[in-house]
Design a protein. Structure first.
Length: 199
């Protein structure tokens, strides 16, 4: 009796080829979700403190109590912002190690890095100096309660730098969010365009 042996199926190679992009897409989705959560905390905190809390506190609570209170709040948020910035950069590094980097991915990494640099600059250089001057009794303006016009002017400049840093971070982070959406959409579309790879 003649036996017939079935030829091994050749479908395993294509399925493996499809599996690699699917795993890559899953990794990108997870890293984007973590990064977007960090960006939400980071950008949301900037908006909540700078646009809502600070104006109300300074309008209702008299100096120096309002300045002292907001200095403590901003110093604590600086630590949160720097942790979020580090997390965003770690996720960018994870995505970079995952494969090719299209131009939108590279742009997102650049904007994330710029926002992180500003967060670290504000948290390590600007805010500590503001807190130090407030502790000395210096108030913004040409003449402070300590009688030093130079220190009062320096504090005013530091406040302007802090506001500019925060506003620039918000703009950069908004661009980062948009680029996350664009890159995820393009990655999913690239996978769907491949035959035999439904998502």
């Amino acid at each position: 009796m003649q036996r017939s042996f079935a030829k091994p199926s050749s479908t395993s190679a294509p399925s493996d080829a499809v599996g690699v992009p699917r795993v890559r897409l899953l990794t990108e989705r997870i890293s984007s979700a973590v990064a977007l959560l960090a960006v939400a905390v980071w950008m949301g905190g900037l908006l909540a403190l700078g646009a809502l809390a600070a104006p109300v506190v300074f309008a209702v609570v008299p100096l120096p109590t309002s300045a002292d209170a907001m200095t403590i709040v901003f110093r604590r948020f600086d630590a949160v912002a720097m942790v979020c910035a580090a997390l965003v950069l770690v996720m960018e590094a994870a995505r970079a190690a995952n494969g090719a980097r299209p131009r939108f991915d590279r742009a997102r990494s650049v904007f994330s890095l710029l926002a992180a640099i500003l967060a670290v600059f504000q948290g390590i250089f600007v805010s500590p100096r503001i807190a130090h001057l407030h502790a000395l009794g210096v108030r913004p303006g040409p003449v402070s309660s300590s009688g030093s016009a130079a220190m009062g002017a320096s504090l005013s400049r530091l406040h302007e730098v802090a506001v500019a840093c925060a506003q620039t971070q918000v703009v950069l982070l908004a661009v980062v969010v948009a680029l996350h959406v664009v890159t995820l959409s393009s990655a999913r579309g690239h996978l769907v365009d491949k035959p035999g790879s439904p998502v």
